[in-house]
Design a protein around this ligand. Structure first.
Ligand SMILES: [Mg+2]
Ligand SMILES: [Zn+2]
Length: 188
């Protein structure tokens, strides 16, 4: 079985700018490639999981997600980094039209995307991590049975300073950003 670092996209790998309805809005953080390369070299799987309910909401088509992910993959490859897989949920339980209006099992913090990755890659979930900038990523980690790393990039700092008092779950570790998160995980 293999260990994985499962990584949120918006606010963790790339700048949080709201819905990415065009590739021109997508900006990978300057440290993201080096961080993911570090995972590659240390033998960890690097897997992205992201909610993209803008599809269900009718803001953009599913093709836009593919286009943005091709751009992300290309930019990371330029920096010497490889993602093992990218999984997304384009659903919303109560907005839009079928098939995207759907009470799925993959919309974070439900664990469907990580469960799918675990089957595809034979992942040891208990030895793996979820890294993200929202409390829902901490909930996702608990639901999926992986350890949680909260990052202060994206929405992270604001959620940490203003909402943490209401959190039922606490993250296992907190890091400034994906770079620090990966350093901490690889060093453990
Ligand atoms: Mg995020
Ligand atoms: Zn879904």
């Amino acid at each position: 079985m293999r260990r994985a670092v499962v990584i949120d996209r918006d606010g963790t790998i790339s700048e949080e700018v709201g819905y990415i309805n065009h590739p021109s809005r997508f900006r990978v953080f300057p440290y993201a490639a080096a961080a993911i390369k570090h995972l590659n070299e240390a033998g960890w799987l690097a897997i992205v999981v992201t909610n993209q309910a803008g599809v269900a909401r009718g803001y953009f088509s599913e093709d836009m997600i593919q286009t943005v992910h091709a751009e992300m993959t290309k930019e990371l490859e330029i920096g010497g980094a490889k993602l093992d897989a990218v999984y997304y949920c384009a659903h919303h339980p109560s907005v839009g039209e079928p098939p995207y209006r759907f009470d799925c099992d993959c919309r974070k913090p439900k664990p469907g995307l990580i469960a799918r990755a675990a089957r595809d890659f034979n992942i040891d979930l208990g030895a793996s991590w979820m890294v993200g900038d929202r409390y829902s990523d901490v909930e996702l980690a608990r639901n999926a049975g992986v350890q949680s790393m909260f990052v202060l990039s994206g929405y992270g700092r604001g959620e940490w300073e203003h909402q943490r008092a209401n959190w039922i779950e606490q993250p296992d570790l907190v890091a400034e950003d994906l770079r620090e998160a990966v350093q901490a995980i690889v060093a453990k």
